[in-house]
Design a protein around this ligand. Structure first.
Ligand code: ATP
Ligand code: MG
Length: 414
């Protein structure tokens, strides 16, 4: 038997209902904030991620699905979408359009990680990017939009962590100091940290190895290295979040996994997710466009891990159901054309209606209606059609009513 590839999953009904629920809410909220959808290809040139995300990141150094195409070029299944959105923005000269570009996307991403709860090789992200403004107002608005999505989805137990990683000059000073300090302490840290101490010292800060934590506690803090404008930017973000009543915690250790971040970074965590506690991550990336040979284009964005958001919703007991209003039961095969006509009429009027693929005896029709999860069964017999009045039974209560055809759709949608 051929099975789904390790780390990939089939999302079957009825569980797919909660995915639809989350995506519908996200689209509504994006529209409320004037974000519009962008769809970029799943395949990109490998160089896009190597340059956009950063060679030294875990994503690029060990998680990408990269292969050689038949013509010898190197292609990669996108591990994230910010680099792709920025590529599209540059390629289509969206900088020529005045004002801020507010874009969102929903789709699968691919990373070759060790599969476990909340971590898959194909997973889904719901993300957005606001490109073209350096203003901290945009940072606060983006974070507020995330909160709106989580709230409307029905999630409560989440926590917002924010930090500022400064812009490259502050970060360079901080990284130099870290590198210096790590010379003394790195030899007693884990193998990854020993390597990162050389290649990308900031990465040491998000090491998860318990034995390393006391050492990391003692390392210098980024806040001490922020210059005036970066400090001011962060202050405004915090003031704006306070103004709209979005609670947050500052986490100076949060440097996030992608190299392109500048200034504001944030993460939302949820207590019921175990080790994979980050529901989403985001931040500002003022230098990304230039690293892809684009014009200067400050931007900020985030990506919600949809799989994890759904795990968190399920842990909180949030349910989404796809309901069926009516099951149509023709009384005998002769009534099939009439039943099909009625089904069309009801569906056009917004009723969610189903019918069998043959005409059953009434008892079997009731079983089928129940199995389909219908609220009502509508019986289509000769008398019903002749009198334009249908027999409608509510399955849960057993109450049966005669409903005039003209009122039927309203009755069923109640
Ligand atoms: P983590 O530290 O958990 O590996 P990350 O920093 O690599 O996360 P990002 O690249 O910021 O994650 O992606 C944003 C969000 O996408 C994460 O917060 C998470 O919810 C989700 N995500 C990332 N990788 C996976 C994965 N392999 N499976 C499921 N969701 C993922
Ligand atoms: Mg990761």
């Amino acid at each position: 038997m051929i099975k789904a590839v390790k780390g990939t999953r089939d999302i079957l009904p009825p569980s797919s209902a909660v995915w639809n629920h989350v995506e519908r809410i996200a689209r509504d909220v994006f529209r409320a904030f004037n974000y519009r959808e962008i769809r970029t290809p799943i395949l990109e040139e490998t160089a896009l991620f190597a340059r956009g995300v950063g060679e030294e990141t875990d994503i690029v150094s060990k998680e990408m699905y990269t292969f050689e195409d038949r013509d010898g070029s190197s292609l990669t299944l996108r591990p994230e979408a910010t680099a792709s959105v920025m590529r599209a923005w540059i390629e289509h000269r969206l900088d020529q359009i005045p004002g801020l570009q507010k874009l969102y996307y929903i789709g699968p991403m691919f990373r070759r990680e060790r599969p476990q709860k909340g971590r898959y090789r194909q997973f889904f992200q719901i993300g957005a990017e606001a490109i073209g403004s350096e203003s901290p107002m945009v940072d606060a608005e983006v974070i507020q939009m995330v909160v709106e999505i989580l709230n409307r989805a029905g999630l409560t137990g989440f926590k917002l962590l924010i930090n500022s990683v400064g812009h490259p000059p502050c970060r360079a000073a901080f990284a130099a100091e870290l590198r210096e300090r790590l010379k003394e302490v790195a030899p007693s840290m884990c193998g990854d940290c020993q390597r990162r101490a050389e290649t990308n010292p900031l990465r040491v800060l998000d090491c998860k190895v318990p034995e390393d934590q006391p050492i990391i506690e003692e390392l210098p803090k980024i806040s001490e290295y922020l210059d005036g404008p970066c400090r001011e930017h962060f202050t405004v973000v915090k003031t704006m979040l306070d103004a709209v009543g979005v609670p947050y915690t500052i986490n100076e250790r949060m440097v996030r996994g992608l190299d392109y971040y500048t200034r504001t970074t944030f993460e939302f965590t949820h207590g019921d997710l175990g080790a994979q506690s980050a529901v989403l991550g985001g931040g500002r990336y003022d230098g990304l466009s230039e690293s892809l040979d684009g014009p200067k284009a400050p931007g900020i964005g985030f990506a919600i891990g949809e799989d994890r958001l759904i795990l968190a919703l399920q842990a909180e007991g949030v349910k989404a159901e796809e309901k069926l209003d009516a099951y149509i039961a023709p009384l005998g095969a002769g009534m099939n054309p009439q039943a099909l006509k009625l089904a069309r009429e009801l569906r056009r009027a917004g009723v969610k209606a189903d019918m069998g693929d043959e005409s059953f005896r009434l008892k079997k029709s009731f079983e089928a209606a129940e199995k389909a999860g219908a609220r009502y069964i509508v019986i289509v017999g000769e008398n019903e059609v002749a009198s334009d009045t249908l027999a409608v039974k509510e399955l849960a209560t057993g109450t049966q009513e005669q409903v005039p055809r003209a009122e039927l759709s309203r009755h069923l949608r109640r």
